[in-house]
Write a protein that binds this ligand. Structure first.
Ligand SMILES: [Fe+2]
Ligand SMILES: [Fe+2]
Length: 313
């Protein structure tokens, strides 16, 4: 199939590994999937310390389950990416470790305090849900299929984050103030989660034309604002003065995009922000620390296949 035929045929779950797809499609789909898979892994890396730091056994168990879910999402998405024939899962993991792999802006920033955790588990996972629900209609069938399971689990993550936010906002004045400060720090990054406005986005047109993406960055951002501004207010959070939010008076909102720091966003996107280097090298060290497990499993596979191959001889 050439590019024009691919565009003409594009529809929800239309293409699978048995289709002869143009390289341009396979590269675009790989770029999206690799970015998404890397983001799951880097998000898990950011939340992992809270398995230990969370204040109760119930919260520790919930963080443990969430981190395992996110790693599982990453693995499923690497497999869905691998089936496009451009890169192997190992190559993508190596690129992530050596700083060539790209991932979501929010996961380049450190998260030190427990009061920050709802910023990821409620707002960022809520934003992720918005985007991922639309990807159930992606034209790359393995991607859409992975979204069925992932969206189900993300729904649980949002409930977990909302439960922590509710608890903290019903806590002491100090806790409420600390959550408000965390919200003010994270809110602009969360709004940038969806990427730049559509006319600045380099990859949207082709991905939309071949059905990989079904919504624009602005449509997703606005849908997120319409749901999450009322939720933030419900729990007692005050909207920061900047970035300015336009209230359209009909339950819909828009952000004044010029109030967001897009220079910082693009620095982050290129893995060139100070925090990026710290997060990437921290994650690489974590990967190296468990290399012995991978080596042992490889040895085990070789040992198990040894006698069988001898028997076959
Ligand atoms: Fe996830
Ligand atoms: Fe999640």
């Amino acid at each position: 199939m050439n590019v024009d035929e691919t565009k003409a045929r594009a529809g929800p779950r239309e293409f699978s590994p048995k289709d002869d797809l143009p390289e341009e499609y396979r590269k675009a789909a790989t770029r999206m999937l690799e970015f998404h898979a890397n983001s799951e892994i880097m998000g898990a890396f950011l939340e992992r310390p809270f398995i230990r730091k969370a204040p109760s056994i119930e919260r520790k168990m919930a963080f443990s389950a969430k981190v395992q879910d996110e790693i599982g999402h990453g693995q499923m998405l690497y497999r869905a990416a691998e089936s496009l024939g451009i890169k192997t899962r190992e190559e993508m993991l190596d690129d992530l470790a050596n700083g060539d792999g790209k991932f979501l802006n929010c996961f380049h920033y450190p998260m030190e305090s427990y009061v920050e955790t709802p910023m990821i588990a409620f707002f960022v996972d809520g934003a992720a849900m918005r985007r991922q629900a639309t990807l159930k209609k992606s034209s790359w069938e393995p991607y859409a299929h992975a979204m069925d399971k992932i969206c189900f689990e993300e729904g649980m993550h949002v409930k977990h984050g909302e439960s922590i936010l509710r608890e903290l906002m019903n806590g002491s004045r100090k806790e409420q103030r600390m959550v408000q400060e965390a919200f003010e720090e994270w809110w602009p990054r969360i709004l940038q989660f969806f990427g730049p406005t559509d006319d600045q986005s380099t990859h949207h047109d082709f991905a939309a034309e071949v059905g990989l993406k079904t919504c624009t960055n602005d449509e997703l951002r606005n849908a997120f604002l319409n749901t999450y501004i009322p939720k933030a207010k419900k729990y007692g959070l005050e909207m920061p003065d900047e970035p300015r939010i336009r209230d359209n008076g009909d339950g819909t909102y828009e952000v004044v995009e010029d109030d967001l720091d897009w220079d910082e966003f693009f620095t982050v996107s290129q893995n060139e922000y100070d925090g990026s280097i710290e997060q990437i090298s921290g994650r690489r060290q974590a990967q190296e620390a468990v290399q012995w497990v991978r080596d042992m499993m490889d040895d085990q596979t070789t040992t198990n296949s040894g006698p069988q191959s001898q028997a076959a001889d």
